[in-house]
Design a protein around this ligand. Sequence first.
Ligand code: B1M
Length: 208
Amino acid sequence: MDLKPIFQNVVEGQADAVTSGVKAALAAGVDANTILNEALIAAMDEVGHQFEEGELFVPEMLVSARAMQAGLTLLKPHLAVGGTRSSGKVAIGTVKGDLHDIGKNLVAMMLEGAGFEIVDLGVDAAPEAFIEAVKNGAQIIGMSALLTTTMSNMKVTIEALKAAGLREQVKVMVGGAPVTEDFAKSIGADAFAPDASSATRAARQLLG
Ligand code: B1M
């Protein structure tokens, strides 16, 4: 089945058309991961490209994000790869100053599907929110950042965990478009994942 119309409708922010397109693709037996990667995520990359080129602006980007979320909601049950309940407790959030949540939501969704208990700290999550989550039993904290200007807040959060005497009792995983393995190491994170499925694998490894 041709996934280009879904791609195009995400770019154009047509949420209803994305919903019907994703429904039709699923009904035709297209794999949910294929729809996710080749239509939804690819479309957001195109949106980012057009934004860089000055061809579209923040409001359009937001409307595309909503259209993507509409598709993602339909894919959720199909992406959830059965895991045993209570694989561990993960508190996940987008770091302070950063409002991008699609990637973070996708990672949370996949982790939940793999049996992890998820505490969603939302966007613009301050170090204190992560600290509170660790005090409440989170075994992993997951930080997402999409902006080069906010990724440094991952380090700020790790330093705050140290200052609170909590660093040794929690694993830290980081990810997001500008984040790299080297950056993760440089700030003292325990794991980096480039995408949602590797995040699930990394979380399993972190908890042994
Ligand atoms: Co923004 N934005 N945005 N934006 N936006 C980017 C990130 C940008 C690259 C666009 C561009 O210029 N090409 C650029 C950043 C440039 C930079 O920092 N170098 C940018 C900018 C500049 C901005 C504003 C500053 C624009 C402005 O106001 N002038 C502003 C900042 C607001 C803020 O946060 N304070 C802004 C705002 C927005 C919207 C609100 C309009 C909207 C977000 C809506 C929402 O999230 N609800 C938006 C969008 C949609 C984008 C793009 C187009 C798409 C992001 C996305 O959802 N991708 C983006 C361009 C792009 O990324 N190509 C862009 C799809 C998503 C599935 O991928 O989040 O990378 P991603 O997640 C992946 C992996 O990274 C990984 O797994 C996910 C699944 O594979 N991952 C993790 C993510 N988190 C992880 C955590 C993990 C592990 C893996 O462990 C915990």
